[in-house]
Design a protein around this ligand. Structure first.
Ligand SMILES: Nc1nc2c(c(=O)[nH]1)N[C@H]1C(S)=C(S)[C@@H](COP(=O)(O)OP(=O)(O)OC[C@H]3O[C@@H](n4cnc5c(=O)[nH]c(N)nc54)[C@H](O)[C@@H]3O)O[C@H]1N2
Ligand SMILES: Nc1nc2c(c(=O)[nH]1)N[C@H]1C(S)=C(S)[C@@H](COP(=O)(O)OP(=O)(O)OC[C@H]3O[C@@H](n4cnc5c(=O)[nH]c(N)nc54)[C@H](O)[C@@H]3O)O[C@H]1N2
Ligand code: SF4
Ligand SMILES: [Mo]
Length: 739
């Protein structure tokens, strides 16, 4: 028996873990009570993750689809050869952009996976990159690039010192916070409130977080931009702006002031449902406190106007003098000066546009909402091959029914995952990857490069257990895929040669069959280049090694990456984009007769990937429900557990109803990540009953935010009727095979 200290890489909390093993088997996972930041905090997903990784469904060999649609196990040599030849053929005939990639959330939680995946695409010479960020957060990157000169400049609330924190569209008690590591959010919220800080939650549901502490303010889904505009308007009216700082560090105030002047709270209340007095009180609290912050997350990002809403939020934090001050919002530092480095190297700043819709890439990726069109529309740059790496787009993306049809047209679909999930069930090749506990690692890019941590620290972990069967790490897979496809990683022959040689040496020393990259040495190289302790030295701090604390006053003006070092409050593109608000407002008024669909996360689920653990779906948790306010149920004449049909243009779903009196009337909540019936490789999850709510969301260029590339995944107007008669699904309805 052995004890290992490591950390969880499922969500941004990165909880320290104490892991017991017997041989190559994990026997228990406990929270690491000595961890310098997470201090014994964790959740059920982290503590039971080995049940997921040890599942008999876990991929151990590459799979290839046979002509009849069944799958056979094949060797790595055959898989690489088959994929490589097809990639060469498509690249030659249709050009490099015909080869696309979708990078999912799980990839982001590893340091090397996304780097090698991008390296492969650079080698191919393809710009056809897609990522789960256009589902959940591209608006933040797009706005940051316009305002601060770099997409990864992401101010976050100074949680230790904030006196007034307004949380919009986030539920940290369940989600554990995003774009910031805050361990044990429930305790933190209680502590803040205990210390007398004012807390507000602006959310269509009185969430688990809002029930812990603070005040809750209901908002009609999808109307956040109008809330923020009225907030700014009111802030100016109440004299909450800091003219001295505006002059010194900010640029464009008059233009945003003019914009906000059209949106007094008496006007926007009609769509947001927030009473002017309520807003006025909140703004007064924000102004009065000695350090305030507005923070938002996916509820705002995914609501259809995430770009404009987040922009105005950042304007408010800046003009009120809270940006870069103690108790306000801070801009962290990673192990290197990533902001300066990124701007110098032009990292994540591609300016090219997509073939369909002419969307500018955000963080070097195109909108996921055009992927189906890019596959289905003939012509130059049409996507004919797709690599899906650490994601499950057929569940998590908009209009997933149409996307499935598109995927079936691909000449080559390859997935890199730990399971044969729904997406992999359509793939030509399925490649078995290592799981987080089988790889050495550092905290992922947000904490590592941006310091998005309440208390900065660094931690290294070795692999806790070795890969089973033919499982391999993604870096090694992309190295081999590059060779098999006749290209070099990063389009650099020396880089390809270097990694091949080190992989060969590393594998010979360990008497391994496959040539796998020395992950620890590469991570060590990264640490040494950024003048940190070596990987091995860091391992001597198994509970984390502290890094310097954040410093208020370290951002303005030195680290603002615009030409004149001033924060751009009114970038031309955003001002021009805001012209649509009048029409959006009228649309909100027209939409008042519709229900607005929102999502709801649970501690036991993580997007689409925890429903294959029996304990996570036990006790009635084997499905999702449509949650409705009792008053709405009465209006619809529906009892609990009865069925309703929820409709939008693309599709309809039939789903059972549960009562939820913490919901704003006129709203329906349906958790995402369900609808596993098509998954060949999830023998537990594919017997669950839930439906995929993203069948209802619209994709295509007309439905995409032009700046962020995001579709609307929350605040969607839907019709709800009591289920009558046999269900006639558009093929994408409930559970049946689309074929
Ligand atoms: N309606 C609605 N839709 C949503 C959301 C919502 O709130 N409402 N949320 C959105 C959000 S926030 C996001 S981030 C996206 C997520 O979108 P995706 O990233 O497409 O989906 P996930 O379900 O997170 O898929 C992660 C996959 O990675 C696999 N995996 C886990 N660990 C590893 C590993 O170490 N290596 C590899 N190769 N694979 C691994 C898992 O098995 C799983 O198949 O979905 C979005 N979709
Ligand atoms: N247990 C668990 N934890 C997770 C995940 C998971 O799936 N399960 N996913 C992880 C991922 S990938 C991410 S990105 C983070 C996301 O973390 P969060 O952004 O905190 O996500 P949610 O918990 O979905 O909180 C979104 C909140 O927005 C509200 N909301 C919905 N629509 C609107 C709207 O139009 N306006 C406003 N103001 N609010 C709205 C919802 O009611 C909900 O309370 O969580 C991560 N952590
Ligand atoms: S909160 Fe849970 S899933 Fe997230 S890092 Fe901690 S243990 Fe892992
Ligand atoms: Mo996410």
């Amino acid at each position: 028996m052995a004890t290992h200290y490591s950390f969880c890489r499922i969500c941004e909390s990165l909880c320290g873990l104490k892991i017991e093993t017997e041989g190559e088997r994990i026997t228990s996972i406990l929270p690491d009570t000595d961890h310098i930041t997470t201090q014994g905090f964790s959740c059920v997903k982290g503590l039971k993750q080995h049940e997921m990784y040890d599942s008999p469904d876990r991929l151990e060999h590459p799979l290839r689809r046979r002509a009849d649609g069944t799958y056979e196990e094949i060797s790595w040599d055959d898989a690489l050869k088959g994929i490589g030849e097809k990639v060469k053929e498509i690249r030659k005939n249709d050009g490099p952009d015909a080869i696309g990639m979708y990078v999912g959330t799980a990839a982001g939680f590893s340091v090397l996976h996304p780097v090698f995946a991008q390296g492969f695409m650079t080698g191919i010479g393809s710009k056809s990159m897609y990522a789960s960020a256009t589902q959940d957060c591209s608006n933040k990157f797009a706005v940051a690039r316009h305002m601060y000169g770099f997409p990864f400049t992401q101010p976050f609330p100074d949680i230790e010192n904030v006196q007034c924190l307004i949380i919009v569209g986030a539920n940290p008690v369940i989600s554990k916070w995003s774009f910031l590591q805050v361990p044990n959010p429930m305790e933190k919220l209680k502590q803040l409130s205990g210390k007398g800080a004012k807390l507000y939650f602006v959310d269509p549901r009185k969430t688990e977080s809002a029930q812990v502490a603070g005040n809750h303010v209901y908002i009609r889904p999808g109307t956040d931009v109008f809330f923020y505009l009225s907030f700014l308007h009111e802030l100016i009216e109440q004299g909450g702006t800091r003219e001295d700082l505006i002059k010194q560090h900010l640029d464009g105030f008059e233009e945003v002031r003019a914009l906000a002047s059209a949106w007094p709270s008496a006007r926007t209340a009609e769509v947001t449902g927030i009473e002017p007095e309520q807003l006025s009180e909140m703004v007064a609290a924000y102004i009065a406190a000695d350090g305030s912050a507005l923070y938002s997350s996916t509820g705002v990002n995914m609501g259809g106007n995430g770009t404009l809403a987040f922009w105005i939020q950042e304007v408010i934090n800046a003009v009120s003098g809270n940006l870069d001050r103690k108790g306000g919002t801070l801009v962290g530092k990673g192990i290197i000066d990533f902001i300066r480095f990124g701007v110098k190297k032009g990292l994540l700043m591609r300016d090219d546009t997509s073939r369909i819709g002419g969307f500018t890439a955000v963080n070097d990726a195109y909108p996921g909402g055009i992927l189906a069109d890019e596959i289905l529309t003939p012509g130059d740059r049409q996507v004919k091959a797709l690599f899906v790496t650490g994601g499950n787009p057929l569940i998590t993306m908009a209009n997933s029914g149409r996307l499935r049809k598109a995927f079936r047209q691909l000449e080559l679909l390859v997935t890199l995952d730990i399971y044969q999930n729904e997406t992999a069930s359509e793939a030509h090749y399925v490649l078995p990857c290592t799981d987080p506990l089988q790889r050495p690692d550092l905290p992922f890019i947000f904490p590592l490069m941006l310091g998005l941590q309440m208390k900065p620290y660094l931690q290294a972990t070795k692999a806790v257990v070795q890969p089973r069967g033919e499982q391999r790490d993604e870096g090694s897979i992309y190295l081999d895929l590059a060779r098999a496809s006749g290209v070099s990683l990063f389009d650099s022959v020396p880089a390809q040669k270097f990694f091949e040689l080190t992989a060969a040496y590393h594998s010979r020393r360990r008497k391994k069959k496959h040539r796998d990259i020395p992950q620890e040495s590469i991570l060590n190289g990264l640490l040494r280049l950024s003048r940190q302790k070596s990987f091995n030295k860091l391992l001597r701090f198994p509970h984390g090694h502290p890094r310097p604390d954040h410093q208020a006053g370290s951002f303005l003006p030195e680290r603002v990456m615009t030409a004149d070092k001033k924060v751009k409050l009114a970038p031309g593109e955003l001002i021009a984009f805001a012209a649509k608000l009048e029409e959006d407002f009228r649309q909100e008024i027209r939409d008042r007769s519709f229900f607005k669909l929102i999502t709801r996360r649970a501690v036991t689920t993580h997007n689409s990937w925890t429903h294959n653990i029996p304990r996570m779906i036990a006790g009635g948790r084997d499905t999702n429900y449509a949650y409705l306010h009792p008053r709405d149920m009465e209006r619809l004449e529906i009892q609990e557990n009865e069925w309703v049909d929820i409709r939008t243009d693309p599709a309809a779903i039939r789903i059972q109803v549960k009562k939820l009196d913490t919901l704003m009337p006129g709203t329906v909540a349906v958790p995402h990540g369900w609808g596993h019936q098509h998954a060949r490789g999830l023998s537990v999850a594919n017997k669950t009953k839930g439906v995929n709510v993203n069948l209802l969301a619209k994709d295509g260029p007309k439905h995409i935010d032009r700046i962020s590339g995001m579709v609307r995944l929350t605040g969607i107007p839907v019709q709800i009727t009591r289920a009558t008669g046999s269900f006639q699904p558009t093929w994408s309805g409930r559970n049946e095979d689309p074929a």
